[in-house]
Design a protein around this ligand. Structure first.
Ligand code: MRU
Length: 309
């Protein structure tokens, strides 16, 4: 199963908003469709956003649109995952946008396999691993980064149990990570976001492995809630790993200068379609948070495990 594919000059995407109940595909026929798919989170997760954006540039080229204009529009779809900017610039500076996008599609799969291979070395037989949000196949072209590490450890013959945070407000852990693990028959349990500290205090979690939207000087930006997991992990001396490709690194800025996306307050006001607070309640809804580097045991990349920058 691929999260996205190039088919008959269109970008075919799994509509992740329909999971876990319906596996539905949507087709982006022009670059504006790709922008909408990224903005509305039909496709999400840093590497998947990057490759989708690359195909968006290829579509713009086929449409005969000025590529600098398309690049600016695609870059404005979401602000935090650096892979989006990296991918658009890479296609913009290439000789052939479609060839470059197809190359990035292939590279993403190979990269994730390599991350999995390195990451599985720090996973022990019998580990219970907590992950936050979805850094799986659905957040990439295939296989995943954090969930790729889990897949690789399982394929190396280790018995692994996975615990997924639900990941309010969008529920990527509950709807996507749990679904992915179940598809592969990897034992998985879902917990409320607020329960991870308690589970750690009870010795029920051996390691944490999460993905990243941007790795910059000083730490890692990932889905909101990651920092709270890191705090609890440090308190309990539990290794906290980040699995991400080099395309997620931003050497230009401090992590504290990264723009953190603020999403619609209705994501918080409503749960399962029902309002859970008084009408008109003011909301703060950051989509990501910052985990300073002193909380991170190691960053699992396609070239090996390294220290945070
Ligand atoms: O808002 P999302 O769903 O795009 O956020 C995704 C995450 O935070 C992922 O954990 C991150 O992109 C790593 S994906 C391999």
């Amino acid at each position: 199963m691929k999260t996205l594919e190039w088919e008959n000059n269109k970008l075919k995407l799994i509509d992740q908003r329909q999971l876990p109940d319906n596996l539905v595909y949507i087709y982006c026929e022009n670059y504006k469709d790709v922008i909408v798919a990224i903005k509305d989170m039909a496709v999400r997760g840093a590497p998947a956003i990057g490759v989708a954006a690359a195909f968006g540039m290829a579509l713009a080229d086929i449409e005969g649109v000025d590529l600098n204009k398309a690049a600016n529009e695609i870059k404005s779809a979401r602000p935090t995952a650096v892979n989006l900017f990296w991918a658009v610039d890479r296609v913009l500076n290439s000789q052939n946008p479609l060839d470059e996008a197809l190359k990035m599609y292939e590279e993403d799969m190979a990269t994730n396999r390599a991350i999995g291979k390195f990451g599985s070395q720090v996973i022990d037989d019998g580990d219970t691993i907590l992950t936050h949000c979805n850094a799986g196949a659905l957040a990439c072209v295939d296989y995943g980064t954090a969930l790729g590490v889990i897949r690789a450890a399982r394929d190396a013959g280790k018995n692994i149990n996975v615990i997924c945070d639900e990941t309010r407000p969008r529920g990527q852990g509950a709807s996507l990570s749990v679904w992915e693990m179940q598809q592969e028959n990897i034992p998985v349990k879902l917990i409320p976001d607020v329960a991870s500290g308690y589970l750690m205090s009870q010795g029920m979690i051996d390691k944490v492995v999460i993905g990243a939207d941007r790795i910059a000087k000083g730490g890692v930006v990932n889905k909101v809630g990651s920092f709270m997991v890191a705090l609890a992990a440090k308190q309990h001396d539990i290794p906290f790993y980040v699995a991400a490709p080099y395309s997620t690194f931003d050497h230009e800025i401090s992590i504290f200068d990264t723009e953190i996306e603020e999403r619609d307050g209705d994501e918080v006001r409503y749960y399962g379609g029902a309002r859970i607070c008084p009408e008109g309640t003011e909301v703060i809804n950051p989509a990501f948070d910052i985990t300073p580097k002193e909380f991170i045991t190691g960053i699992i990349t396609e070239k090996g495990i390294i220290d945070p920058i």
